[in-house]
Ligand binder design. Structure first.
Ligand code: FAD
Length: 347
């Protein structure tokens, strides 16, 4: 089973650095985001102790790799634990969906469901902000966490960056700025940590309105994906990159409309080392999980909680998104099962 055992009676220096030393850190950033004394910094996707630790233990309480709590988190989110036949976690139903807004379809990754739902939730007052991933102003194609408060800002952050983005920092910003209802978008490791934060620290605050989980095989290092492969191998100037998508291979679309491909196996060497520890492909603790799963221009959507299903259904009725028959997603469902099983086997 993943994770390391809890410590009885925390002592000085018995903090999350212990998880790093045991080489169990997923690099989700939760510990750094919640540290109340600011003694941790997020350096090269790991927490680093930079000031004297107060030994409060909060970093350990939220760490997905410390004291394995997945079943307890399932109880907390769904009111029950998964059954063995629930291969990709608990859910209410699945849908294949797409945004109706052309502006969203122009910039989104797959069907634009994430952007459409966040926009709808903001416009109808269900949320007053969302923690997502934006793009750095200083470093080309580099993701940065961003708290977005308007539909225009949500739109600016659409699309996928296949490099880890510590969106929990954006959630923390929303929390400290007293936003009452926040949505969160992130990878499975972040959703796992977010649920630990919710269960252990946020239960009296209730700010988390919606957790959108992105299906995730892996993320890559910036140096490997952007510099070695896209700049080096394809010879592309990063200013020229409009979109990167993974559909069996890495597909790079340029601003002039050209499409170039790199075999996925060539990119594997640049998988972020933290990702090799992950056991969750489909963000099994999210309200809504989304992925492309080989579909063209549609988002495969897993509606897991009542809250997620209600938002989706209201958005569909309001003509914000449209759906097509789930029967058309047989191959995608197969892939979902296969990839979920593959990651689960790492337990
Ligand atoms: C690292 C990574 C790996 C993925 N791997 C797979 C996979 O193996 N199989 C699969 O089917 N799907 C995968 N996805 C999900 C897929 O790329 C789409 O995000 C998903 O289908 C939703 O598409 P959309 O058009 O509805 O989203 P959009 O409307 O385009 O919205 C995407 C949202 O994701 C946020 N985002 C972008 N990059 C990141 C990031 N690095 N970290 C956190 N949030 C981010 C954006 O801010 C935006 O809010 C992956 C996503 C990421 C970030």
């Amino acid at each position: 089973m993943a994770g390391i055992a809890p410590i009885r009676g925390l002592k000085f220096e018995q903090n999350v650095t212990r998880v790093v030393q045991a080489d169990k850190c997923l690099g989700c950033s939760a510990c750094v985001a919640v540290c109340p004394v600011g003694c941790l910094e997020f350096v090269e996707r790991k927490p680093e102790l930079v000031e004297k630790c107060a030994s409060c233990g909060i970093c350990l309480i939220v760490c997905p790799q410390y004291e394995y709590a997945f079943p307890a988190l399932e109880e907390s989110v769904f009111g029950r634990q998964r059954r063995p036949q629930e291969e990709f976690g608990i859910y209410r139903r699945m849908a294949i969906a797409k945004a109706n807004d052309e502006n969203i379809l122009h910039v989104c990754q797959d069907g634009g469901v994430v952007t459409a739902l966040l926009t709808y939730a903001l416009e109808t007052g269900r949320i007053d902000g969302a923690a997502v991933s934006g793009i750095s102003e200083d470093k080309l194609c580099y993701p940065v966490p961003r708290l977005v408060l308007t539909p225009q800002e949500v739109l600016e952050c659409a699309g996928t960056r296949y490099i880890f983005s510590p969106n929990l920092f954006a959630f923390q910003k929303g929390f400290t700025e007293n936003k009452k209802n926040i949505a969160f978008v992130g990878t499975p490791c972040q959703i796992h940590a977010l649920r630990k934060i919710e269960m252990n620290l946020l239960r009296y605050f209730n700010q988390l309105q919606l957790a959108v989980g992105l299906l995730c095989t892996e993320s890559f290092t910036y140096e490997g994906l952007m510099k070695q492969l896209i700049q080096g191998k394809l010879g592309l100037d990063l200013h020229e990159v409009k979109k990167i998508n993974i559909k069996g291979k890495i597909l790079v679309t340029t601003k002039s409309g050209e499409e170039k491909a790199i075999p996925l196996k060539e990119a594997k060497q640049y998988t972020h080392p933290r990702c090799n520890l992950c056991t969750d492909f489909s963000a099994e603790l999210a309200d809504i999980s989304v992925g492309g799963l080989g579909l063209d221009g549609w988002t495969f959507t897993i509606l897991r909680t009542r809250r997620g299903e209600e938002l989706f259904e209201e958005a569909r009725k309001a003509n914000v998104i449209k759906t097509k028959s789930i029967e058309k997603g047989e191959k995608a469902l197969d892939l979902l099962k296969r990839l979920s099983l593959k990651k689960r086997k790492r337990h």
